[in-house]
Write a protein that binds this ligand. Structure first.
Ligand SMILES: O=C(CO)[C@H](O)[C@H](O)COP(=O)(O)O
Length: 229
């Protein structure tokens, strides 16, 4: 895929966001993602709410909650939700069979809960996110701090090279008070198998492999929206 510049990429993100937000209707309970692409969708939904759309929403991060509330979107507590009509989120990588790597923004745990609760989990991307095989982007792993070294070592036993995510020289702390290990497994031949292995590590709260959680990916390419479902 030919590389695109930032303006083209933002135009694609906006187009994908608009196309996905068209699926949101009055009365929906909506899951809101995190990241620059999801931000375009939140702003679009926000404009529709200002114009009279009636929805309720849950947010995948504190940042998203704050942005949504600034548009007057009612945000409910994710911990008390058992089903969502629709969710819209971005991804770091996706394959045509709708497997993803997510968590570049560190919100993977809540994003995964939201995707799992959604009847229609829509992922929006620009063309740069489509890959033949997952794994050029490292797999983010959210880990409870006291299990850090244990989880780090277990990731190594699975063939992953872990690196503690840091910002300004300090450990990045998620909205849930945890660390992120960015794990490099190289190109991942069997993502579902790796996901299962990671799921079995105690102290690992969530990993960024989203397998079978996505209803459709709406990828903007130039003037077109390409839907994978
Ligand atoms: O998973 C995510 C945040 O945890 C994001 O959806 C992912 O990182 C993509 O972000 P962006 O839209 O900024 O490229």
């Amino acid at each position: 895929m030919k590389p695109i510049d930032k303006n083209e990429q933002d135009a694609e993100k906006l187009a994908a966001a608009r196309a996905a937000v068209a699926f949101v209707k009055d009365g929906d309970f909506v899951g809101l993602g995190t990241g620059s692409t999801a931000t375009f969708a939140i702003k679009e939904i926000g404009e529709r709410v200002k114009a009279g759309l009636k929805i309720k929403a849950v947010a995948s991060s504190l940042k998203t909650a704050e942005l949504a509330q600034s548009y007057g979107i009612e945000i409910l507590d994710l911990g008390h939700v058992s089903s969502l009509d629709i969710s819209i989120d971005g991804a770091d990588e996706f394959t045509e069979d709708l497997n993803l790597i997510k968590g570049g923004g560190g919100a993977l745990f809540r994003e995964k809960i939201i995707a799992s609760l959604s009847k229609n989990a829509i992922v929006i991307t620009d063309t740069s996110k489509k890959v033949k095989q997952l794994g050029a982007f490292t797999v983010p792993v959210e880990v409870i701090p006291l299990a850090y070294q244990y989880v780090f070592d277990q990731i190594a036993l699975l063939g992953g090279k872990g690196k503690l995510r840091e910002t300004n020289g300090k450990a990045f702390i998620t909205d849930n008070g945890n660390y992120i290990i960015d794990a490099d497994f190289g190109l991942i031949a069997a993502p579902a198998v790796l996901a299962q292995s990671l799921n079995q590590i105690d102290g690992l709260l969530a990993h960024g492999l989203f397998i079978g959680l996505t209803s459709k990916v709406m990828m903007s390419q130039g003037n077109h929206i390409i839907i994978f479902d």
